[in-house]
Write a protein of this length. Structure first.
Length: 93
């Protein structure tokens, strides 16, 4: 799902996919590809332009993209496993 193949980036892509599927027309069945594509374009426009995100200090992605400087992030960071430590855990050491 991501260019670098990082599982941390894939989690972000999966989160966005889940929001699109669950918050916007969760039980909608599209009649054809053209109808789905049109609806998804509207959803993405709403998601980027009208839906404030708590992780962006309650700005929309479009607003955040146009801002200068650092945006206060509201998500909690989790430490990544140290190299070697994860390998030892897998080996049972």
């Amino acid at each position: 799902m991501t260019q670098s193949g990082s599982p941390y980036e894939n989690a972000l892509a999966e989160r966005v996919n889940g929001i699109i599927k669950n918050e916007f027309f969760p039980k909608k069945i599209y009649q054809n590809h053209k109808e789905a594509k049109k609806s998804i374009a509207v959803i993405i426009g709403h998601y980027n332009g009208r839906r404030p995100h708590s992780s962006l200090n309650y700005h929309t992605p479009d607003q955040a993209h146009g801002m200068a400087g650092e945006i206060k992030k509201r998500w909690r960071g989790y430490p990544r496993p140290q190299k070697g430590k994860e390998e030892n855990q897998v080996a049972g050491i």
